[in-house]
Write a protein that binds this ligand. Structure first.
Ligand code: COA
Ligand code: ZN
Length: 296
């Protein structure tokens, strides 16, 4: 049966929106629970300015600890610049997601860079950190909070020079949850046609209840790497209203029942999701399974 890999991004995309600092032991407890439930790829943090995202001030320590505890796991982290790339390597993380927004205004709000500046920085990262495996998280790939809807041609055109320089993957991120299955299909078809060898991932926010249908649309077109967050914790501090990613336990429930192989135990994840709600009482959760009473 076809294997679908879950890329859990809650410790980055979820935690970054929580204004109260989550103590590092609690973050590690949740990451440990994810590993025990069978998740093999976890975006554990981001190497960003602690002034921009104070929640991530413990990135270095967290990376060192996780790398030591899970040396063979697919740990990765988000970076916005060369400084982040250097820190990732220094603290043992060899796989990073370089984040750029298709909407230039969102890029300016989030990363404080124009598209040209972001690309120039990518070139520097490729030149100065050749040992780093760099993928692209393309934020606002389906629509931007400031510029409105995007289309597949814009995605293909934007990716061109990045793909030419080499990327370990591209993740199409619906940062504000604005896509629908038709747009997801059109975008994936166009990207696959333009770059047949590109490794594609999808990352859908559930803002308009489209998380599951859009993710399934991507899977049915052959995308086998899904980014999601435990409990559907998520959002983007610079994308107003972008609350809630697709919940990992919900998508795993669907996939396991459909006969896909995820290697992940849903019951363990649901329990962990309840524990996460205790740890992060001020979180916004878009998940559904976690609303059901917990079986004893
Ligand atoms: N890690 C840690 N610190 C960093 C850093 C990094 N990757 N990049 C920059 N900094 C520090 C600088 O050293 C500087 O510190 P100082 O004020 O003590 O000297 C400060 O952050 C500002 O640096 P500067 O290069 O002027 O950046 P900026 O103010 O233009 O901000 C970013 C640009 C990209 C660093 C910042 O906007 C950022 O980290 N954004 C991340 C946003 C994010 O994670 N969004 C959610 C993910 S989609
Ligand atoms: Zn996101």
């Amino acid at each position: 049966m076809k294997k679908i890999s879950i890329y859990e991004v809650g410790p980055r995309d979820g935690f970054q929106n929580i204004s109260t600092y989550i103590p590092i032991e609690k973050k590690l407890e949740l990451i440990d629970g994810m590993v025990n439930a069978g998740i093999e790829h976890i975006q554990i943090t981001s190497f960003v300015s602690p002034k921009a995202i104070p929640q991530m001030k413990d990135a270095n320590d967290l990376a060192v600890f996780c790398k030591k505890k899970y040396p063979n796991l697919g740990l990765f982290a988000l970076i916005p610049n060369l400084r982040g790339a250097e820190n990732a390597l220094k603290y043992g993380i060899n796989n990073v997601s370089y984040v750029v927004s298709l909407g230039e205004k969102h890029n300016l709000a989030n990363i404080r860079r124009t598209h040209k500046q972001s690309f120039d920085e990518f070139v520097r990262i490729k030149n100065e950190c050749p040992e780093l495996s760099v993928g692209l998280d393309l934020a606002t790939a389906f629509g931007c909070p400031f510029e409105g809807k995007k289309n597949e041609n814009q995605v293909v055109e934007f990716l061109k020079r990045y793909v030419e320089l080499g990327l370990s993957y591209v993740c199409l991120c619906d940062t504000i949850g604005i896509a629908d299955p038709r747009q997801v299909r059109a975008t994936i078809k166009a990207v696959k046609q333009a770059y047949p060898d590109l490794d594609l991932q999808i990352h859908i926010h559930d803002t308009r209840n489209m998380g599951m249908v859009n993710t399934l649309a991507a899977i049915e077109l052959g995308v086998d790497k899904i980014q999601s967050t435990l409990g559907g914790l998520g959002g983007c501090p610079y994308a107003p209203g972008a609350s809630g990613n697709l919940a990992t336990e919900d998508v795993v429930y669907m996939l396991n029942n459909m006969g896909y192989e995820t290697g992940i135990d849903v019951d363990s994840l649901v329990r962990l999701s309840h524990r996460q709600m205790e740890i992060i009482p001020d979180g916004l959760f878009s998940g559904h399974l976690l609303k059901l009473p917990l079986s004893k």
